[in-house]
Write a protein that binds this ligand. Sequence first.
Ligand SMILES: CC(C)(COP(=O)(O)OP(=O)(O)OC[C@H]1O[C@@H](n2cnc3c(N)ncnc32)[C@H](O)[C@@H]1OP(=O)(O)O)[C@@H](O)C(=O)NCCC(=O)NCCS
Length: 435
Amino acid sequence: MSILKNKLYEKIQGWRPRTTKLLKEHGSVKIGDVTIAQAIGGIRGVKCLTTDISYLDPFEGIRFRGYTIPETLEKLPKVPGFEMPLVEGFYYLLLTGDIPTDEDVKAVAEEFNKRKIVPQYVFDVLKAMPEDAHPMTMFSAAILTLQKESEFVKAYNAGMGKMDYWDPTYEDALNLLAKLPQIAAFIYRYKYKGGDIIDPDPNLDMGGNFAHMMGIDKPYDDVARMYFILHSDHESGNVSAHTGHLVASALSDIYYSISAMLNGLAGPLHGLANQEVLRWIQGVRDKMGGEIPTEEQMKKFVWDTLNSGQVIPGYGHAVLRKTDPRYQAQREFCLKHLPDDNLFKYVDILYKVVPDILVEQGKAKNPWPNVDAQSGVIQWYYGLKEYDFYTVLFGIGRALGITANIIWDRALGYPIERPKSLTTTMLEDIAAKSE
Ligand SMILES: CC(C)(COP(=O)(O)OP(=O)(O)OC[C@H]1O[C@@H](n2cnc3c(N)ncnc32)[C@H](O)[C@@H]1OP(=O)(O)O)[C@@H](O)C(=O)NCCC(=O)NCCS
């Protein structure tokens, strides 16, 4: 058994009695009530999911396994001379809850390395897709194509016991994660660079190899590491994470689950917002003839967008009630590496004017920027100007968190999901009785 799998096995053994005890001895204890507004309004804030991979505090932001973003970036092992941690070590943290040693990280990197060959049929399927297929559609389809490789399906069909479900799920997760950077880079180079594909370099880590296959110079390898880590997990109620968890709860394998979660991530209210931010900013830039707008001019553009019934992309959040620390981390990167960049200046002016305007408008519960407000600017700066591709980067990162969640869902025996729905008449009856 590999170092990571062995460690994970020990953690699972230690954790299982906690879940069993909660269910057996405290299963009927209430953790909240559900209102009519929540039943109609997207189940907002209903506490009905469990995950230990990350926790999102409305005012503090995300913690991965108990560590804030600055702590995560500081504590995890790095390639000497680089600022951002190795994604391999971050995955070790997500799965086990422990900060890995350099040796542990090396072992995870070797695990990924031996699983990273992408079968030719995946590339053939991608090449057969329509020229104007969205990169997210291609990414999701490529992953679905790989489904026939599932170790979980083989073991399930062979009669594996429930306590062992996590094991082939872990195998599927590592097999898939190891291939995602190459599949994504292939989509990019095939679609936007005339099919000039760059082969992977077996000596590089996940972030470094991705930058290499994308054909983008340093420090894009650090940008890739930062992106994958920051976008990995945001507890389990957001659309992509919840979709992954829900699909997997039917014992559908990792390939089905990750393909499905990407389809949710592809929506403009979720992962596509980073693309929308760039599209919106460029609309402003065109109107300004390339000049940087004053705050007053920017305010007018923001109000025009709101008055035409659209949302301001990159602002607001269903849970957060402050500036997203993922936005902050990227902003700090921008201040260090691209302080004079034109687009960064636009984003900076937006940060100064949008929150007050959203407060004045009085609709959004959170007027502050989220992760998507900043991320496109960094990609653009390093030459990745095809913004349709941005959500694919988000998807690679999100797959880290969701696969970790699914492995643990299986380890702790979480059942198939099945919330209960009511009719409108039933809600009206409940409302009438409460008066
Ligand atoms: C993220 C988002 C989907 C959360 O939605 P939510 O939980 O329903 O947010 P709220 O409860 O604050 O929404 C209340 C109202 O404010 C509006 N609102 C929220 N964020 C807004 C924004 N950035 N610009 C304009 N209006 C916004 C909502 O559309 C809603 O309007 P409605 O009552 O007319 O339907 C929402 O903030 C949004 O659409 N943001 C822009 C897209 C984006 O950045 N997505 C990436 C999220 S990581």
